[in-house]
Design a protein around this ligand. Structure first.
Ligand SMILES: [Fe+2]
Ligand SMILES: [Fe+2]
Length: 271
């Protein structure tokens, strides 16, 4: 099967790019399943219900979150009734919603999607490795699940690579999110797990990780806040990773980065 993962959607620019481009991508590349990280979709902070519905309507089978999961107040209520919206699995016990779920895609494939938060350069949280391992043990790849996708939301690329090697042979794709900067290390590990340290964002790259540069730059220079962070609203680049899996094992046989439109669109350099 063919899976598409899109990194953190940032603000209106990111949402518009997903709405405009995702339906055509699904059609042209025959994606069976799409996961989109939506933790910054609503003005850069969290995800409202209308914006969640927007991402779903564009073709996201599952929407994942991260450290901004509950920045919008209403998320606590609507996440409970949305099986296709996932917050990090290793949040405190009793957190609203769920961190992993087996979802059937448009062509009948069953995909286990897991969202987890890392611990390196991140606020304290439960062990993501054991939490993800428990979710996979309850729904193993090649048995209940035709594919397993882990969105590991954290700052350090080493921690994400650690998760990749930890799950090698047990997940179809381990992909990092959170830094908003796409990495160029996409590969398939020896056991058959596709790994990429960060998917990058769906947002305007004429910015500092999706934010208009003036205020973040001011804070780097002076340490004194002068205003709010404002999502940049120029044309977004759609960033992510696509994989193809083996029909029997569910492991990856191909992996490819995705960067479409905007400042970071991929193109051959002029020779
Ligand atoms: Fe984040
Ligand atoms: Fe983010």
């Amino acid at each position: 099967m063919r899976l598409l993962f899109l990194g953190d959607v940032v603000g209106r620019a990111g949402r518009d790019a997903v709405s405009e481009r995702l339906p055509g991508l699904v059609r042209d590349y025959r994606f069976d399943f799409v996961v989109v990280n939506g933790e910054n979709a609503s003005h850069g902070k969290g995800l409202t219900e209308p914006h969640f519905n927007e991402l779903r309507a564009a073709g996201a089978d599952v929407v994942t979150l991260g450290d901004h999961a509950f920045d919008q107040r209403d998320t606590q209520s609507f996440i409970a009734r949305e099986p296709t919206l996932l917050r990090p699995v290793n949040m405190a016990q009793g957190a609203p919603g769920r961190g992993a779920n087996l979802i059937e895609g448009r062509n009948g494939h069953r995909v286990l999607v897991i969202n987890a938060l890392g611990r390196v350069f991140m606020p304290p949280i439960d062990d993501p490795f054991r939490a993800v391992e428990a979710a996979i043990a309850a729904c193993p790849l090649g048995e209940q699940a035709d594919a397993v996708v882990v969105d590991f939301h954290t700052e350090a690329t080493s921690e994400i690579q650690g998760m990749g090697f930890f799950l090698d042979g047990r997940a179809s794709l381990v992909v990092g999110t959170h830094t908003h900067i796409p990495t160029a290390d996409h590969r398939i590990l020896k056991g058959g797990t596709a790994l990429v340290a960060d998917a990058g964002m769906c947002g305007d790259f004429d910015s500092i990780i999706g934010v208009e540069p003036d205020e973040p730059l001011n804070r780097f220079l002076t340490g004194i806040p002068q205003g709010r962070f404002t999502p940049a609203e120029g044309e977004a680049t759609l960033c992510g990773v696509a994989i193809e899996t083996d029909a029997t094992s569910g492991l990856a046989v191909r992996v490819s980065p995705v960067r479409i439109g905007g400042t970071l669109a991929q193109a051959l350099p002029a020779l």
